[in-house]
Design a protein around this ligand. Structure first.
Ligand code: FMN
Length: 184
């Protein structure tokens, strides 16, 4: 019996298990990936919460405020990189995705499910990123109009496992997720 990290399929399966776990378990490292976008040729990275992971379509979902700066970046360049370090698994997950910005009726079901506390993350006044005279000079309001779902269609996966041996493998949607070992 081989270990999960010794086969291309084993690594790929483990990645999806960990991403699903991230959605379900607030303490899982995959719960809070780093989400990077591009603006004027500069990379910009921030922590987000992983809200959905669907292996069948290889898509992830992240929620955000429709007026946040990342939306402007994504409107110009609808691509993102996501990164997770699963410490206990010794697994680094790097993803590249095409991002669709969803809002309004199509995301009403997600809004219903997030509850009153969670909704406060969407709709602060003034808009996120606005200069303030003092640190707390903003209002917390929940607004469905400010709620956006970033639907991330994964195009490429790069996994690195740091065990006694180091292993790295890549997978691409346009190769039907067939894995390829790479020098780490
Ligand atoms: C633990 C943690 C979780 C976060 N989750 C989210 C999130 O799910 N969505 C989001 O838009 N911002 C989230 N943020 C805030 C972002 O990291 C970022 O500061 C904010 O979205 C503004 O980014 P922007 O100006 O690039 O749009 C989170 C921050 C932390 C520290």
């Amino acid at each position: 019996m081989s270990e999960w990290f010794e086969t291309l399929d084993g690594l790929h399966d483990r990645m999806w298990q960990r991403l699903s776990r991230g959605v379900a378990d607030a303490k899982s490292p995959s719960r809070q990936p780093t989400f990077a976008t591009m603006r004027d040729g500069w990379p910009e990275a921030r922590t987000v919460v992983l809200r959905a992971a669907t292996r069948e379509t290889a898509t992830l979902e992240v929620y955000t405020d429709l007026r946040s700066d990342k939306i402007e970046s994504l409107r110009a360049t609808p691509r993102a990189a996501l990164h997770v370090w699963e410490d206990k698994q010794r697994l680094q997950i790097r993803l590249q995705a095409q991002v669709e910005i969803l809002s309004g009726d199509t995301v009403a079901d997600r809004w219903e499910k997030i509850g009153a506390g969670g909704r406060q993350s969407y709709g602060k006044r003034p808009d996120p990123g606005t200069q303030l005279d003092s640190a707390l000079d903003y209002e917390i309001t929940a607004s469905f109009d400010a709620f956006a779902v970033l639907s991330c269609r994964i195009e490429a996966i790069d996994l690195t496992h740091l065990g006694d041996d180091h292993r790295r493998a890549t997978y691409r949607r346009d190769a039907d997720w067939r894995g390829q070992w790479r020098s780490p």
